[in-house]
Design a binder for this molecule. Structure first.
Ligand SMILES: Cc1cc2nc3c(=O)[nH]c(=O)nc-3n(C[C@H](O)[C@H](O)[C@H](O)COP(=O)(O)O)c2cc1C
Length: 189
């Protein structure tokens, strides 16, 4: 039997009361239900960043994140839109690593209070993904008006999202599988 694809999910905000957590938990549930996937959830709120250093120099302080991305086949980033950009702690967590991301698939999930579902933060993330060596899949997920999308216990109120999630995960698996084959079979110069 083929080894499962290992795809961590990172929840990109430490904001008290963040709605993005409902989105991340929904993705955890849907990804866990897929037979080909193994996942691990990371939360930028759990990263205790030093105040006097940054980036790969301090990746040793975050061995779980480093080890997960070393063995990962891909990554899902759940990011809220803050002034059309991504939260600083998410960027700080991503900047901890570099070679660990190379030639791995990334799926972007935007969350916003407004009507565009984080489309603008996703556009802003794409050049960063490229610099990190991650390969952005063609399907995104957008959660607009997120405050109206989940019930008080975090339950999804609109089943229409499920089809989009399935398509997103199908594309992510395809790209992660293809890139795994490439990493295993084609020497990278
Ligand atoms: C600093 C900050 C800036 C924000 N900027 C935007 C924005 O540009 N567009 C938007 O639709 N919502 C914006 N929001 C609202 C968030 O998208 C909203 O809080 C949503 O629930 C997702 O973020 P959350 O996970 O922190 O809840 C902003 C929220 C904060 C805290």
């Amino acid at each position: 039997m083929q080894r499962k694809l290992f795809i961590p999910i990172i929840l990109g905000t430490n904001r008290e009361g963040r709605q993005s957590e409902n989105v991340a938990k929904l993705l955890v549930k849907k990804m866990k239900s897929r037979k080909d996937l193994e996942i691990q959830l990371f939360n930028v709120g759990d990263f205790k960043f030093p105040q006097d250093d940054y980036g790969q120099a301090v990746k040793g302080l975050f061995p779980e994140w480093r080890d997960a991305m070393s063995k990962a086949d891909g990554l899902v980033i759940v990011t809220p839109e803050y002034n059309h950009g991504y939260p600083g702690p998410l960027k700080a967590a991503l900047d901890l690593l570099l070679p660990e991301y190379r030639h791995k698939a990334v799926g972007l999930v935007g969350v916003s209070a407004g009507p565009w579902g984080g489309a603008r933060v996703i556009e802003n993330m794409i050049p960063v993904m490229r610099e990190l060596g991650l390969v952005v899949i063609s399907a995104d997920l957008n959660f607009p008006s997120v405050q109206n999308t989940f019930g008080p216990k975090g339950e999804l109120k609109d089943e229409a999202y499920l089809e989009g999630i399935n398509g997103f995960l199908d594309e992510l698996e395809w790209m992660a599988q293809t890139l795994r084959w490439g990493r295993d079979n084609i020497v990278s110069k």
